[in-house]
Design a protein around this ligand. Structure first.
Ligand code: ADP
Ligand code: MG
Length: 540
């Protein structure tokens, strides 16, 4: 027989394993869910292979997960009849870091300096979590590809691993965990964990020969039949998450399409912490059969933070991922669900403004991205945007709708100013003319706002106009103070223009100022200061 081949782990994996083994004592149990979810993924992929590949090793084999506990040997074995792995896949998948959550975890660790259990709780660390409970892991695997050999991967999680040929390996993967202590070799303990984390796995899970999971498509049930706990458990399962869902939206429709859908807004927006772009996470089902766990076209990109399931009985079961892209049906689903979700948010905003405010704080960047990229949803999205204004107290938020309810008769414009903070905006010279005329000015302080407002252009038919543009015509103020004569005015502007030749394109006498003697304004066709700063920061 061939001698085991030695491999070393990629540096990041070694770093991760070091943390997993030495610093994470709490929440050890999560490894069960990680390994079962990998088994479930492998089975799901196998189900697709059976449909699409002409030749498959051990075709028709039952797709399930078999778990065995052995107290005497202090082992826990998790086996699946999924796609298995070739040698190259073993090296790639169990020797480097593929899992996006794991990458995010390492990054968060670097930033925080220490491993709080809440950090691992948030991400999970995929396969390598096995080493939280085991000091040796053996993986027996055989790929679905005809002719692929049986293989054994083995590691103590220290610096490397070995791969060698193995006899009598069935299709799929079998993870044998040699446990540090026998806690997880206890059937009752493992059963409780499977019920807690893996109840929604859609393949049978057998623990020591007995079926443990109850595979329920809870999105097909009616709202009144599902408890908050069930929603939460399902969210954690489908999103691979450890937090609680922030919003849960469960709805069904019969026309124009038959839809059963269960969508979750996660408890946290990881993109806020520089974790990189999230992948879309709403799975597409047709009558309980998974079509695609992460379809890209099902929802607009800016809804990538949503997790959950959309099940439509109208889909052809054999719809391929390629054909989804240009499917009119998918486009229709996309439209419909996006509209429903925006309506849902609007209702939340009305019913529970405080909670919505928290949502807005965490997720408004996505709504703003939607304004800039989804023309057809612009108006509904803009209605959800909150901001401070010259008529709110500091820290209090308002909306475009409320702005318009306060607007003066005949006011055709929504005025706004952008800046890094409310204080910065208020200390500028632009506000006073509007205040003096009782006109409200919306304040936008997020770095992306300038860009978003330019994309929005109007709300409810009223134009959005930056209050620092030079071409704004404001009505005269009743005013009995002393004024310069026309001759004096033009002499003054000529003199100023002469002094400032290189710095301004023109000087004119205006009626915008109440207290300040002069103000710098952006001419109609030049970039405003925020845009200039943005271009500069992009190196242009
Ligand atoms: P993730 O599941 O997010 O990809 P993991 O660290 O959990 O990350 O797993 C890494 C990779 O190892 C998986 O993407 C998969 O390719 C492979 N893998 C893990 N477990 C199995 C399994 N039981 N069968 C087949 N492949 C597996
Ligand atoms: Mg995984």
């Amino acid at each position: 027989p061939t001698a085991p081949q030695q491999h070393t782990f990629q540096a990041e994996v070694r770093q991760l394993l070091d943390i997993v083994i030495h610093s994470l004592y709490t929440d050890k149990e999560i490894f069960v869910r990680e390994l079962v979810s990998n088994a479930s993924d492998a089975l799901e992929k196998m189900r697709l292979k059976e449909l699409t590949e002409a030749e498959v090793f051990e075709k028709g084999k039952t797709l399930d997960i078999t778990i065995t506990t052995d107290k005497e040997a202090k082992t826990l074995t998790i086996a699946d009849s999924g796609i298995g792995m070739t040698e190259a896949e073993l090296v790639q998948n169990l020797g480097t870091i593929a899992h996006s959550g794991t990458k995010a975890f390492l990054k968060a660790m670097k930033e925080k300096g220490d491993a709080g259990p809440e950090v691992i709780g948030q991400f999970g660390v995929g396969f390598y979590s096995a080493f939280m409970a085991a000091d040796k892991v053996e993986v027996f695997t055989r790929s679905w590809e005809p002719g692929a050999p049986g293989l054994k991967w083995e590691s103590d999680g220290q610096g490397g691993y070995t791969i060698e040929p193995a006899e009598d390996v069935a299709r799929g993967s079998k993870m044998v965990l040699h446990l540090k202590d026998d806690e997880f070799a206890d059937k009752v303990r493992v059963e409780a964990l499977l019920k807690k984390y893996s109840n929604f796995v859609s393949f049978p899970i057998l623990l020591d020969g007995e079926r443990v999971n109850t595979v329920e498509a809870i999105w097909l049930k009616s709202k009144s039949e599902v408890t908050t706990e069930e929603y939460s458990a399902f969210y954690k399962f489908i999103a691979h998450a450890w937090d609680e869902p922030f919003y849960t939206m469960h709805f069904s429709a019969d026309a124009p399409l038959t839809i059963n859908s269960l969508l979750f807004v996660p408890g946290e927006n990881n993109e806020r912490f520089g974790m990189g772009q999230m992948e879309p996470g709403v799975a597409l089902y047709c009558k309980k059969v998974l079509i695609d766990p992460k379809p890209k076209e099902l929802l607009p990109d800016w809804l990538r933070f949503l997790r959950g399931v959309i099940d439509s009985a109208d889909l052809p079961l054999n719809i391929s991922r390629e054909s989804m892209q240009d499917s009119a049906l998918i486009r229709k689903l996309n439209q419909l669900i996006t509209k429903r979700f925006l309506k849902f948010l609007d209702k939340q905003a009305n019913d529970e403004p405080e909670k919505f405010r928290e949502f807005h704080e965490k997720f408004s960047r996505f709504l703003k991205e939607g304004i800039a990229t989804s023309y057809e949803h612009k108006e509904a999205l803009a209605a959800l945007i909150r901001f401070e204004s010259s008529m709110t107290d500091a820290g209090k938020l308002t909306s475009f709708k409320d702005y318009l309810s306060r607007a003066k008769d005949g006011q055709e414009t929504i005025y706004y100013l952008t800046g890094t903070s409310r204080e910065v905006i208020e200390s500028g010279p632009y506000l006073e003319a509007f205040k003096a005329r009782g006109l409200e000015v919306a304040f936008f302080t997020d770095a992306v706002d300038e860009y978003v407002l330019q994309a929005l252009t109007e709300f409810s038919g009223k134009k959005l106009v930056a209050a620092d543009r030079a071409d704004i015509e404001l009505e005269d103020l009743a005013d009995d103070s002393e004024k310069l004569s026309e001759a004096e005015s033009s002499a003054l502007s000529e003199w100023l223009a002469g002094k400032l030749t290189d710095r301004v394109s023109g000087v004119s006498i205006g009626k915008r100022l109440v207290e300040s003697p002069a103000v710098a304004l952006t001419s109609q066709d030049s970039l405003n200061p925020q845009m200039r700063a943005m271009m500069k920061s992009m190196g242009q």
